[in-house]
Design a binder for this molecule. Structure first.
Ligand code: IPE
Ligand code: IPE
Ligand code: MG
Length: 250
């Protein structure tokens, strides 16, 4: 039965999908609702996308929920977003655990209240042995901040200059141990990275859609995965297809 459900999925699915969940505000405004209603609708969508990832056999999902720059939003919205994070943990944790989801946090926990920080740490601890889907929640996350933290960590450990290489730097990032994202999706029509996974995304495939995050459902995810499967990743090399290579050579 599972096979039947997956029949319209390509064979080559990404191991790791990362999503910039954008457009909550515009989704709400277009309905005459306050921006926070859009953020609430956005969290409702989490369940659908997580379930779709499990069904599609994606192993890692990283969700950009709050950037280091989002603190600059109006106080009321920031407070609302912090409350929403807390509500989501309270409401969804048990079900995520039952589904075999391992929760991780990437970003800074300072800036959150001790209460919320503990809640996040407890959720991570509670799900740490699950292995069906690793879900990294990027909350108070910034790619540049992450690199600065990594540099500090290297210096604190007195790592020798000659021992510093890309593999070692990766181990000092929030995402240590997680493979780089194969596919980065951004919803809402914005065509930029906004400080997300700037190291890890060096060779990620990007997929942009004008759909706002609250409307990005399983079928939208399927479209992104299908598009990914058609891409050829070259990593600076040349095309794999022999005929094409010959044509290019003239
Ligand atoms: C994304 O939606 C969620 C966060 C950044 C927290 P936005 O709030 O950025 O929605 P738009 O871009 O204003 O529509
Ligand atoms: C990026 O979206 C951050 C998240 C989705 C959490 P923003 O809406 O904050 O990014 P900009 O301001 O459009 O670049
Ligand atoms: Mg936005």
């Amino acid at each position: 039965m599972a096979q039947h459900m997956n029949s319209s999925l390509p064979e080559k699915v990404p191991t790791h999908i990362a999503i910039i969940m954008d457009g909550n505000g515009r989704w709400a405004i277009s309905r005459g609702l306050p921006r926070l209603a859009g953020h609430r609708a956005g969290t409702e969508n989490l369940r659908r996308v997580i379930e779709a990832c499990i069904e599609f056999k994606i192993q890692y999902l990283t969700l950009y929920a709050f950037s280091t720059e989002n603190w600059g939003r109006p106080q009321e919205e920031v407070q609302g977003l912090l409350r929403i994070l807390e509500d989501v943990i309270d409401r969804e944790l048990q079900q995520l655990h039952d589904q075999g989801v391992q929760l991780r946090h990437i970003g800074r926990l300072d800036g959150l209240t001790p209460h919320l920080r503990n809640k996040v740490l407890q959720a991570v601890e509670f799900t740490r042995n699950n292995d069906r889907l690793v879900l990294n929640v990027a909350f108070n996350y910034g790619g540049r901040d992450e690199i600065v933290c990594a540099i500090k960590g290297l210096l604190q450990d007195s790592v020798k200059i000659d021992d510093i290489n890309e593999t070692l730097v990766s181990k000092y990032l929030y995402t240590a141990g997680v493979p780089d994202p194969d596919l980065i999706v951004r919803t809402s029509g914005e065509l930029r990275g906004s400080n997300f996974l700037i190291w890890q995304g060096a060779y990620s495939e990007w997929y942009f859609t004008s759909t706002y995050w609250p409307d990005f459902d399983k079928e939208e995810l399927r479209k992104a995965v299908i598009e990914f499967s058609r891409r050829e990743r070259r990593y600076g090399g040349v095309m794999k297809n022999k005929e094409d290579s010959e044509t290019n050579a003239g």
